[in-house]
Design a protein. Sequence first.
Length: 217
Amino acid sequence: MDVIKEEYAKKGFVKKNRALFLYNEGLVDKNSTLLLARKGDRVLGTIGVLREKNNKLPCSKLFAEELLALDLQHRKVTEIGALSIKSDAGTENLVFMLYLKTMMYAIFVDKVDDIVVQVREKMAAFYIRNLLFEQIGATKIHPEYGNIHTCLLRVDVKAIREKIYEKPRYGTRGWIRILHELGLLAEYKKTCHQSWLCNKFTLDKKDAELYHYLCHL
């Protein structure tokens, strides 16, 4: 939490004197996952794979109409959020690697149909160009994060998967062949292996209530 708060305060997303805990409903769902980038014992960055809580994603606070128009009720949807990178991390491609690792986790381990993310308007091109996202709807002002101009982006994983499986040359192992061609097969295997070994920490009801209380102090 101190990594997230420190970086969000530096960027002007939140006030420096606000509470340490930044409440995100997605983080208290047992199906959500928080990934950490570490160097030794030091946390350099965070990113979350956030599942629906009470049939709502965190981004629905600002983009409810856009999500409703996508008609995702019968699909498995996840949101990538809680991204923070320490300014002195010293790794230029850490944002890209965190997103790459997280999308591999969402697609191959969690097996989602759609991935959505809220990003600053001026950063949207990075996600569209490098990570297969497309913008959904218009840019909006986000009142909870310093009134920044915010875009909703989406990857239709199910459509990509179906297109791959339609091509005879890829066959049933289409994803594996494509990852091999992109030089990402080793990264994919590493991500899957780490997820299988991971003992997942889950909050019980009292923990969730305490977290909610601390976030609103």
